[in-house]
Write a protein that binds this ligand. Structure first.
Ligand SMILES: *[C@@H]1O[C@H](CO)[C@@H](O)[C@H](O)[C@H]1NC(C)=O
Ligand SMILES: *[C@@H]1O[C@H](CO)[C@@H](O)[C@H](O)[C@H]1NC(C)=O
Ligand SMILES: *[C@@H]1O[C@H](CO)[C@@H](O)[C@H](O)[C@H]1NC(C)=O
Ligand SMILES: *[C@@H]1O[C@H](CO)[C@@H](O)[C@H](O)[C@H]1NC(C)=O
Length: 308
């Protein structure tokens, strides 16, 4: 830890001063404790930064200092706090633009490469809040590949995996960047089938976005999907999952109808989603769901049945 850099952090904290920036001030004091203890203070917990006094909205100058801090620190605790504060500030649409204009997106984006999973997760959360902005999405899309790697190679149901899936979901609310996920569709289904309930719901939100886009239909239908996928259409499956897998089927049907492709014999191989959805086993499940106790499930099954 360089002493000169510590002084820089102290300066950042002091210049920020009172009020809204108290949290950054405390953040720099935390660093002093961590790097030598010359200015030893009463213990400050990491929660300080997420406490009420830190929910204040920072102005552009303060955000710039925070970004500088994030860029220059090696201390994981400070890095994490700075990312959380930035993420909270990025919940405000004006700040989403300010952070982009200050060059903040690559500074946050670089942190998703951090080997520390706690940092990675906080960086993904901050990117997620920043991604609710079309211009920001253009800058965030360069991280899609890296995020996919983390989502599909990391531990199943982990905080990083969920955070990554949330960013990918927000990045697919429009059709603009969906094509970047084409080569990961099989992986998405794999996570859908193996993940827990939360993970399944998050993957389905993403798949639902893709399924509304006719340009993604062929990619979805040609994906190799394990036949256990069909068990998601069993009557006892949780509503929040069952309704979503039915909507997925409905969306794909709508796209095929739009494209007028259902009549032609598509070039889908055995083991593909196409074979699962349009096979006899799935037809049986749809016929059974017509008698489901939930009205929404029933109605969706009824709109799907005539396609067989
Ligand atoms: C990762 O970062 C967290 C939070 O800042 C920190 O507490 C933890 O010690 C770090 N882990 C490693 C292995 O560096
Ligand atoms: C992201 O924004 C939401 C509000 O939309 C906020 O509740 C959340 O704390 C923010 N968090 C992070 C870490 O990005
Ligand atoms: C983006 O993600 C956050 C957190 O998951 C969510 O609250 C928000 O509604 C999403 N935005 C859009 C436009 O989907
Ligand atoms: C994607 O899903 C979100 C909700 O999860 C929704 O608001 C948005 O309209 C969807 N976008 C597309 C293109 O389907």
């Amino acid at each position: 830890m360089g002493g000169a850099r510590d002084v820089g952090w102290v300066a950042a904290g002091l210049v920020l001063g009172a009020g809204a920036c108290y949290c950054i001030y405390r953040l720099t004091r935390g660093q002093q404790r961590g790097s030598g203890g010359r200015w030893l203070r009463p213990s400050r917990s990491a929660e300080d930064l997420t406490s009420d006094s830190c929910d204040d909205v920072l102005n552009a100058e303060q955000l710039q200092k925070l970004l500088y801090l994030l860029e220059s620190t090696d201390d994981p605790v400070i890095m994490e706090r700075a990312l959380v504060t930035l993420g909270n500030n990025a919940a405000f649409s004006a700040n989403q633009a300010v952070i982009r204009e200050l060059g903040g997106i690559p500074i946050v984006g670089d942190k998703i490469n951090n080997p520390n999973h706690s940092i990675k997760e906080k960086a993904l959360n901050a990117l997620n809040n920043l991604s609710v902005n079309v211009e920001n999405q253009i800058k965030i899309k360069v991280y899609i590949k890296q995020i996919c790697e983390d989502v599909f190679s990391g531990p199943l149901n982990s905080a990083v995996q969920l955070a990554g899936l949330r960013v990918l979901t927000n990045m697919t609310v429009t059709n603009d960047h969906q094509h970047m996920l084409k080569s990961y569709i099989t992986d998405l289904f794999q996570v859908l089938l193996t993940g827990n309930g939360n993970t399944k719901v998050q993957v389905l939100k993403l798949l639902l976005n893709l399924s509304e886009n006719p340009a993604m239909t062929e990619g979805l239908l040609s994906a190799q999907v394990d036949s256990s996928f069909l068990s998601l259409y069993d009557g006892h499956v949780a509503q929040e999952i069952l309704l979503r897998v039915l909507t997925l089927f409905q969306n794909i049907n709508n796209c095929l109808r739009m494209e007028g492709q259902l009549a032609t014999q598509p070039p889908f191989s055995k083991g593909s989603l196409f074979f699962l959805l349009y096979g006899e086993e799935c037809a049986q499940k749809m016929r059974a769901l017509v008698y489901h106790h939930d009205v929404d499930v029933k109605e969706k099954a009824l709109t799907i049945i005539p396609k067989f």
